[in-house]
Design a binder for this molecule. Sequence first.
Ligand code: GDP
Ligand code: MN
Length: 400
Amino acid sequence: MNIHEYQAKQLLARFGVSVPPGEAVGTPDEARAVAKRLLADGHARVVVKAQIHAGGRGKGTFKTGLQGGVRVCASADEVLERAQAMLGQVLVTRQTGPEGRVVGKLLIEAGVRILREYYCAVLLDRAAGCPVVMVSTEGGMEIEEVAARTPERIVREWVNPTLGLQPFQARKLAVALGCQGDLIRAGEKLLLGVYRAWWECDASLVELNPLALVEGPAGRPTLLALDGKVGLDDNGLFRHPDLQALRDLAEEAPLEVEASHHGLNYIKLDGSIACLVNGAGLAMATMDLIQHCGGQPANFLDVGGGASVEQVTAAFQIIMKDPNVRAILVNIFGGIMDCDVIATGIVQAVKDTNLKLPLVVRLEGNNVRAGKQRLKDSGLPILSGDSMADAARTAVRVAA
Ligand code: GDP
Ligand code: MN
């Protein structure tokens, strides 16, 4: 699960990471009010930042033609104007795809004078089997680009998960960023906080890009998280009801949200052959087979081992809402599940949803004879596949 920048910054602040003062708003008037307050507090500039679950906002473009999802403003009226132009509009960035994302909220933040932009992230190094903290002097640009062009400018410290990030490691990273004097301590504190946030929230990623060296009070340089991205591990979310509450359904694919309400594991893909399968492994194998036969799967869909008639119907309804779908392939291996129950569900769902798309069904396993008979008796134009390969070939053929 991803969260917004303003939520990530609130979270990081709880772990002692310095972030600029600011507030998230949903209307232009609120934006102006927050801007007024920040200006009255002595900040010379106010930044308006579009809140969407995608990066590259600074260089993004609104579908209205307006440039930039991050804008530095000098007055409360300018903030009002910007907020009016951004809220409710679609922002397209390198990470959103051409369809873009609707901006529902803005972060109104104190503007700072940036001296340097760095990069900092904590994630799991799967190859090393432990957390890794990464920093780079090349902040503000995509880390993939830095890794490709100047990999030597990325410095890593691997963390023993039992001990956690050690202060000496954090200081080493701060020195690698070029910190000197008091800034080494400040960097150490910030990095320890970022690591602790990653660990205690069961995050999969915490990324500050940029982590900025800015002109602080009395002209002294300080470190500040100017951007914050936090990805949370869905499998750890049950331990964090406070983090679950940060979920923004407007940022998730609508069909995937609907599927989750029915306890279905559905992931939308770009192909034309929808699959409905019981078991994640079989679903993956089915998708492989579709590709092997020259087709493209429209989705991953695992209805689980004990799907009910309601779930199968919901699954068909979700599949049919995808306009790219040209054929449906049902692949069920009845291990525990009774094939006759599944067949009943399929027949019911086809009738309930008034399905018009070609449907190929491959059933195997427990009580398969009765199941196949039921499909036949229904009088529906269901194509049956005797083997998995046979069913996949048929689905690819009818989809074409
Ligand atoms: P992203 O483009 O979605 O990654 O959004 P960021 O939050 O990283 O903002 C993009 C860029 O805007 C940053 O790299 C900064 O250069 C700039 N920016 C963000 N906040 C401020 C600020 O407070 N003051 C100034 N001058 N620039 C800022
Ligand atoms: Mn950024």
